[in-house]
Design a protein around this ligand. Structure first.
Ligand code: SF4
Length: 162
């Protein structure tokens, strides 16, 4: 069990944002949510200017951008701006089919079917459930902990793969 904490910044782009908020406020999931997330921000809705606020840098914590919803081409600069506003220890979760591949709108002239920022964990579904979000955040937590271990011992890891 890792002790890494996640500062989550949600970029609510469409209906999947409702499932994100359900995870954040659900009584049933509250204990799991609080065990994972040390700070949560809201980057706003589709009309946001890209000012994502301060997610706060905490020792041992990672800033996590959750893409929740349809990525229109018009919103790509906002997504990139939100990503760039995060600290150096940052990761991205794509939550739902739209933020992975365009979802049901993949062939629309106005929809981006490829995320404009590097994604660390993808959570499928249209929409995914709030519980799936928590599973995805736990997967991310473990992935980041593994990366930290590898970074701390580059020679031994490199030796295994040589
Ligand atoms: S994946 Fe489905 S539920 Fe989520 S934003 Fe797209 S259309 Fe809405």
């Amino acid at each position: 069990m890792t002790s890494l904490r996640l500062n989550v910044l949600e970029l609510g782009l469409a209906c999947c944002a409702l499932e994100y908020h359900a995870a954040a406020v659900s009584e049933n999931l509250q204990q799991q949510w609080q065990a994972l997330v040390s700070d949560a921000g809201d980057a706003g809705d589709a009309g946001d200017t890209g000012d994502t606020g301060d997610t706060g840098e905490q020792a041992g914590a990672w800033d996590v951008l959750v893409l929740a919803g349809t990525m229109t081409h018009a919103l790509v600069p906002t997504i990139v701006s939100a990503y760039e506003s995060l600290g150096q220890r940052r990761a991205v979760v794509s939550f739902g089919a739209c933020s992975i591949s365009g979802g049901p709108y993949w062939d629309s002239y106005s929809v981006a079917s490829v995320p404009p920022v590097p994604v660390d964990v993808s959570i499928p579904g249209c929409p995914p459930t709030p519980a799936a979000l928590l599973r995805g955040l736990r997967d991310l937590q473990q992935t980041l902990a593994l990366r930290a271990c590898r970074a701390a011992a580059p020679d031994s890891v490199a030796g295994h793969h040589a």
